[in-house]
Design a protein around this ligand. Structure first.
Ligand code: NAP
Length: 286
């Protein structure tokens, strides 16, 4: 069974390929798809077949998906471009007669009012309309979204606009391992998984950073506008700042809170505890 992974050159895709190999999927029956040949060359060391394709180039997608049995379709990163890009992937998957498409989506994609959810919802709808067997992995926030900010948080405190919203974050590696389980696991069937780890508020995150680091780190909750402005002042492009502030606004209302144990069930074990992940990230800073 040939399993292809798009977005293979990103960290999520690489984790997923490594998890597939750990599960026993022969590397020679994995096709890693990305648009950057140099990054693809780096993946060849895993023994996988690499194929170049761009979400903006339907012909390249059709060629890359030829002969593929199942596809782990990792969502692209070009916010605003993804409806057309993702439709091109779905069309190519249909042309290739792929037996199962596993797509990385966002929590509650069918009803979330988060700006980021719109492209995921459109992709889910395109997959449903395609008639291809699908699995939607509605991935919660990566814990790395927070651990990557630790140096700034330790220096200036944590800021956001998520209020008391609980956030069911999980590591990229756990979500990617779950994706490998979904794409390599038992036969096709249309399924929707809401995936996240144990939830925390940003105030709880700040308190835990304080506890583990010994440095006082507070959480300052800003308005959506105030947070967007702070992100722009920190150097982010205005469009990205607006999307991140909107995500926090929605998180305050529960958009990133995931109920149930879908992640545990796909992993066959509990998700890596967020406090442990925080501890490792803090240790890596020293
Ligand atoms: N849950 C979360 O917290 C969270 C956070 C960030 C992103 N995400 C989503 O999860 C996905 C995977 O995460 P990640 O951390 O691995 O993100 P990433 O590093 O941004 O990887 C995105 C992948 O998509 C590929 N890609 C983007 N545009 C493409 C195009 N036009 N044609 C072909 N490939 C294209 C990238 O290729 P290049 O290597 O050439 O850029 C890369 O392989 C992201 O793309 C995004 O949709 C989720």
């Amino acid at each position: 069974m040939i399993i292809a992974v798009t977005g293979a050159t990103g960290p999520f895709g690489r984790h997923a390929i490594e998890a597939l190999i750990r599960r026993g999927q022969p590397a020679g029956q994995i096709v890693a798809i990305g648009r950057d040949q140099a990054k693809l060359d780096g993946l060849s060391e895993l023994g996988v077949t690499v194929r170049r394709a761009d979400y903006d180039d339907p012909d390249s997608l059709r060629a890359a998906l030829a002969g593929v049995d199942r596809l782990l379709f990792v969502s692209g990163s070009e916010v605003g471009q993804r409806i057309a890009q993702h439709r091109a992937v779905v069309d190519a998957a249909r042309a290739a007669g792929i037996g199962l498409v596993v797509y990385t989506s966002i929590p509650k994609a069918d009803r979330s009012d988060m700006v980021l959810a719109a492209e995921h919802r459109a992709t889910e709808q395109a997959l449903i309309a395609s008639g291809l067997p699908y699995v939607f992995l509605r991935n919660g926030w990566y814990l790395e979204n927070y651990t990557a900010q630790l140096p700034v948080a330790l220096e200036h405190g944590l800021i956001g606009a998520a209020g008391e919203g609980r956030i069911s974050a999980a590591t990229r590696a756990d979500l990617a391992e779950a994706a490998a389980a979904a794409v390599a696991g038992p036969g096709p069937g249309n399924r929707v998984y809401e995936l996240g780890g144990p939830a925390f508020t940003l105030a709880e995150l700040a308190a835990e950073i304080t506890r583990q680091s010994g440095r006082q780190v507070g959480y300052t909750d800003l308005s959506e506008d105030g947070y967007a402005k702070a992100l722009v002042e920190a150097g982010l492009p205005a469009e990205m700042a607006a999307v991140l502030a909107d995500s926090d606004r929605a998180a305050a209302q529960g958009a990133l809170y995931v109920e149930g144990d879908d992640l545990e069930r796909l992993l066959g074990r509990p998700a890596t505890p967020w406090r442990e992940v925080l501890g490792s990230a803090l240790a890596a800073l020293n």
